[in-house]
Design a binder for this molecule. Structure first.
Ligand SMILES: NC(=O)c1ccc[n+]([C@@H]2O[C@H](COP(=O)([O-])OP(=O)(O)OC[C@H]3O[C@@H](n4cnc5c(N)ncnc54)[C@H](OP(=O)(O)O)[C@@H]3O)[C@@H](O)[C@H]2O)c1
Length: 317
């Protein structure tokens, strides 16, 4: 098996904390190149080659696929540049800042004959795969209500998350996690109606908190919350006509290298500790090689981006 040689754009918190190591450990993947504005930070990820410009990764013929891990407004331009350079792309969430941008990115990937995948890593976690399996094969009956929250109380001073021009704000940063699970559980629902939405804005112009209720039909509702100012919590609860499931450990979307549980009705299912980032790189690498490997469907990324658009429109109205 020829491993997929990854080139990484950016060497910030996530790359150092999790994803460089995930590429090193993932089956069928190698860390060929990393670029950061600061060469030493790129070198610290121990790639074959380190660069101080993102463009050099795109020009490196040894790079097969690019992992974009930059501030959010830089995602689309570097996706398009990577595709133009003939590289497959795995791009951090939120892949783009609107559904129109997401459509443009997937259109470019299709035209180039290359794979483009949004790196919403929670979707690769076996517990989340099981949630989606139970919800979509009818074990819960008709889905009626959904609760998904992701809140934490501290964004470091000066981080792009507090800057609107860099695609900051809680909805883009963490609101997309519960939205990803929601659209995955409702594969045939195209378009959510926003029933109500509330936003608490920072002086900088990003949303510190967004709370929304969305509907996919009469009596079908999802309550969503994303916040940079509320206590740390990640909850998931899905109620169907024939049953319910819940994650009670407050790590619904970021369970990482720790054992976890899923409550399905009165039963508790157990999941061993895994690194969902590592699974993501292994599976996307397999898909790039043309082998069986699960990738997050483009349609799900498009539906999440459309839901973000709709919630933003409702909160700014
Ligand atoms: N933190 C998480 O738990 C997490 C989890 C999943 C996904 N993500 C996603 O991963 C991406 C990066 O997140 P992060 O937590 O690693 O953020 P971060 O530490 O703030 O890193 C942001 C990256 O953006 C780059 N950058 C380039 N120009 C910049 C500018 N003018 N201002 C600020 N940054 C600039 C930096 O690249 P250089 O290295 O070249 O300086 C830096 O590596 C985001 O899209 C985020 O949504 C984060």
């Amino acid at each position: 098996m020829n491993p997929v040689r990854w080139g990484v754009l950016g060497a910030g918190w996530l790359v150092h904390q999790a994803t460089a190591q995930a590429i090193h450990h993932a089956e069928g993947a190698t860390l060929q190149a990393t670029a950061a504005r600061d060469l030493a930070r790129a070198e610290a990820t121990q790639p074959v080659r380190a660069y101080d410009s993102y463009q050099q990764v795109l020009e490196d013929p040894a790079v097969d696929a690019v992992y974009v891990c930059l501030q959010n407004d830089a995602h689309l331009p570097w996706i398009l540049a990577s595709l133009e350079a003939g590289k497959h792309v795995l791009c951090e969430k939120p892949m783009t800042l609107s559904a129109g941008e997401a459509a443009a990115a997937f259109t470019a990937a299709t035209a180039a004959g290359l794979l483009l995948v949004e790196a919403a890593w929670s979707r690769w976690h076996p517990r989340m795969r099981r949630v989606v399996e139970l919800a979509t094969r009818g074990d819960l009956g008709e889905l009626e209500s959904y609760l998904g929250t992701f809140t934490y109380p501290s964004v470091p001073e000066g981080n792009y998350r507090m800057r609107p021009e860099h695609g900051g704000g809680a909805l883009y940063d963490i609101g997309v996690y519960p939205l990803h699970t929601l659209v995955a559980c409702l594969p045939h629902v195209d378009g959510m109606q926003v029933l109500e939405a509330h936003v608490d804005m920072a002086d900088s112009g990003v949303d510190l908190t967004t709370k929304a209720t969305v509907s996919w039909g009469p009596g079908r509702r999802a309550a969503l919350a994303a916040s940079f100012t509320m206590p740390e919590s990640q909850r998931l609860r899905i109620q169907g006509s024939d049953g319910e499931l819940a994650i009670d450990d407050d790590q619904a979307f970021t369970s990482w290298r720790q054992a976890s549980e899923l409550r399905v009705g009165g039963n508790v299912e157990s999941f061993p500790a895994v690194d969902a980032y590592e699974i993501m790189f292994a599976e996307v690498s397999a898909a790039i090689r043309g082998e069986a490997g699960w990738v997050l469907p483009a349609g799900d990324s498009l539906r999440v981006a459309a839901a973000v658009d709709a919630i933003r429109a409702a909160t700014t109205a």
